[in-house]
Design a protein. Structure first.
Length: 317
């Protein structure tokens, strides 16, 4: 399947005054030097071609063609400067509209029929120095009997997301192999290295969720709500929040992914929001079920607190 678009300009009373037919006609007038020749080339009656041009001229309030006199053909028509500008503006409008349509289609139909699911990059390359132990050890540390990273992965619905874990650690890679989750290696230690490796592994996507691997109480319901928010507004940057405080994970739409892949710092997408004021206006918050969903594991004390939270919930998922 694919989306299709016919871009028309309408008058105040709702009648079509310009669109694919008239713009093709004018372009051929410019090429052939004659309205009659353009009509014949399109298989269109000359009377219809004249009517299309006159209707558009009345709507826009300026002439689109002007007569030329003499020459081997005995005269013809050429485009006015206003007509050439109209063609240029309409074609730009058509291109951008088609791009927006394609992006919206890929987002709203992601995972449906033959449309690719949204991507999801699980950031699992940090050394976890504050946790102690071997690099990356906190991600495989047990939380109520289940590794931290495994709990994070459990919140990512396979029917909505294609997940790739990006790491530098053998223990993480082994865990992913046991769980049947795709895992790739980051080329370097920076967050941007991890993001770039994940985006390259996923290929073209309508959007991508970036999740830290040490967010083990993240809930599937919240992730589904974030995807629904992007589907409702395909240009939104969707962030999980608690009482209005934005946090991770963040779901980025397609038009931002190229910029994310070009980052070369250790601060992730935050630097993109800081550098482009217009992006902040596109941020939409999805409220988490509770504040524990936003908690990550930096130290053994953090892990102990999350153990307590699970005990209070009576959960051992």
């Amino acid at each position: 399947m694919r989306p299709d678009l016919r871009a028309y300009l309408l008058s105040d009373d709702g009648h079509r005054v310009f669109g694919p037919g008239p713009v093709d006609l004018l372009e051929r007038v410019g090429e052939l030097g004659s309205l009659r020749a353009a009509a014949i080339d399109m298989g269109m009656a000359y009377t219809k071609a004249t009517r299309l041009v006159h209707d558009a001229e009345r709507a826009f309030g300026f002439a689109l063609t002007e007569r030329t006199v003499g020459g081997s053909g005995g005269g013809g028509s050429q485009l006015t400067a206003e007509a050439r500008e109209l063609i240029e503006r309409y074609r730009a409008f058509e291109r951008t509209s088609r791009w927006a349509l394609s992006a919206s289609y890929e987002t709203c139909f992601s995972g449906f029929a033959d449309v690719a699911r949204l991507g999801c990059v699980v950031m699992a390359s940090g050394e976890g120095a504050r946790f102690g132990g071997a690099p990356g050890e906190k991600l495989v540390a047990p939380l109520a009997g289940t590794p931290v990273l495994e709990r994070t992965l459990a919140a990512l619905p396979a029917d909505l997301l294609d997940v790739v874990v990006v790491t530098r650690w053998d223990a993480v890679e082994a865990l992913c192999a046991r769980l049947g989750v795709r895992c790739v290696r980051a080329a370097g230690p920076l967050k941007s290295d991890t993001m770039r490796a994940g985006l390259e592994a996923l290929g073209h996507r309508a959007g991508c969720l970036f999740v830290t691997g040490d967010q083990p109480l993240l809930g599937e319901k919240s992730v589904r709500a974030m995807v629904a928010a992007l589907t409702h507004e395909p240009t939104a940057i969707v962030r999980l929040s608690w009482r209005g405080r934005p946090a991770n994970p963040v779901l980025w739409p397609n038009d931002t992914l190229g910029a994310l892949a070009r980052l070369d710092n250790d601060t992730g997408g935050r630097v993109l929001l800081d550098a482009h004021a217009g992006l902040e206006g596109r941020v939409r918050l999805v409220e988490a079920a509770d504040e524990w969903e936003l908690a990550d594991v930096d130290t053994p004390a953090d892990l102990a607190r999350l153990e307590g939270a699970l005990a209070e919930r009576g959960e051992s998922r």
